[in-house]
Design a protein around this ligand. Structure first.
Ligand SMILES: *Cc1c(COP(=O)(O)O)cnc(C)c1O
Length: 362
């Protein structure tokens, strides 16, 4: 039976490649002919070992990670990383720099402060409602790390390139733009991403940690909140989210084998975002909320001339098979999330709809 599919611009959980969903459907009752579903097999089975090892190998190839980086798949979402990062890396007397570029940065900062850790907010774009990425930041030379949010899912801004921290390791929350473009992993001590934006379903969080950071983790931390626990057991200290990891593995395979890697993915993502930004910039009906030099390629935030028109836009869009265009409840407006799995064709259809909507409502 062919199910109805619509254009999905959700911010997270979000669109997955159709071919991946179909592969899950096909293998769901019997994974690789083993007679059991991925949701029924042991995480200690050879079937699951092959899945997690392949997911790790593909992550390393796609992100060009050498052997000093460890790839972990953890639970608790990116939000648990807000807590684990300062817990694992800031001991007595150490301090870290944080850059505040929106809601998720603020939450990361709060989790460090709750633990009484010494941190310094070295830059913030709050003065202009988080509509830009700060430049020319003075980092502390003695900071243990610098924490940034690579893409601000709610405010629609993204670091076009990562800041020069003069040798201080970077730590980044990459939840909403991981695998959307290539980058140099060398300056990073750690980066993490909840899977449900660009990698798979909710329930698993990718953590990439450099060996010297892993070695510095103290012993006297709660077992589940210690990176060393998970690294020493290949992310299987306790039962991992097998289904989520399986889906991530299929998405990674799709990225490598169907898309052709992160350079190709970036090219496609640029095309999609350009098309939508062009439509927004073409007149004064739609207005982008992020400063042009800070615009995200993943989450495109925009306003219409009035809140009434915004409501009408979201409602009519849905009636025309475009889902997920309402802005985050904290900021209002509209947002189209153009994650990896959103095809160019969906953005073309959306921009056609936007042009027609403007004509009727201006
Ligand atoms: C969605 C999101 C989060 C929260 O992720 P959870 O997995 O729900 O904890 C954190 N940071 C960013 C940038 C996000 O987009």
């Amino acid at each position: 039976m062919k199910e109805k599919r619509i254009y999905n611009f959700n911010a997270g959980p979000a669109a997955l490649p159709l071919s991946v969903l179909e592969e899950i459907q096909e293998s769901f009752l019997s994974l690789n002919g083993c007679g059991m579903s991925i949701t029924e097999i042991s995480h200690r089975s050879k079937e699951f070992d092959a899945i997690i090892d392949d997911a790790i190998a593909r992550t390393k190839r796609l992100l060009k990670l050498d052997d000093k980086f460890h790839v972990l798949f953890l639970q608790g979402g990116a939000s648990t990383q807000f807590c684990m990062v300062p817990m694992n890396f800031l001991s007595e007397g150490q301090s870290a720099d944080y850059v505040s570029t929106g809601t998720w940065s603020q939450k990361a900062i709060k989790e460090a402060q709750i633990q009484g850790k010494k941190i310094k907010v070295v830059a913030s774009s709050e003065d202009k409602n988080f509509s830009y990425i700060p430049q020319n930041i003075q980092f502390s030379s003695d900071a243990r790390f610098v924490h940034i949010t690579s893409n601000n899912t709610i405010k629609g801004t993204e670091w076009a390139s990562y800041p020069d921290t003069k040798g201080v390791p970077l730590i980044a929350d990459m939840s909403s733009d991981i695998l959307s473009r290539p980058f140099d992993p060398e300056p990073f001590g750690l980066f993490y991403a909840g899977a449900q934006k660009n990698m798979g379903p909710a329930g698993v969080c990718l953590v990439v940690i450099r060996d010297d950071f892993l070695q510095s983790v103290p012993d006297n931390l709660p077992t589940m909140l210690k990176y060393t626990t998970h690294a020493s057991k290949n992310s299987m200290f306790n039962t991992p989210p097998c289904f989520a990891i399986y889906t991530v593995q299929l998405v990674l395979k799709w990225l490598e084998e169907t898309i052709g890697g992160l350079d190709k993915m970036q090219e496609l993502n640029r095309k999609k975002a350009q098309l939508l930004y062009q439509t927004i910039d073409a007149g004064d009906f739609y207005k982008g909320t992020a400063m042009p030099d800070s615009r995200s390629l993943m989450n495109i935030t925009f306003r219409l001339p009035s809140e009434e028109l915004e409501q009408k836009f979201v409602k009519e869009a849905l009636a025309n098979n475009f889902a997920g265009l309402k802005g985050h409840r904290s900021v209002g407006g509209c947002r189209a999330s153009l994650y990896n799995a959103v095809p160019l064709e969906a953005v073309q259809a959306l921009t056609d709809f936007m042009v027609a909507f403007e004509r009727k409502n201006r």
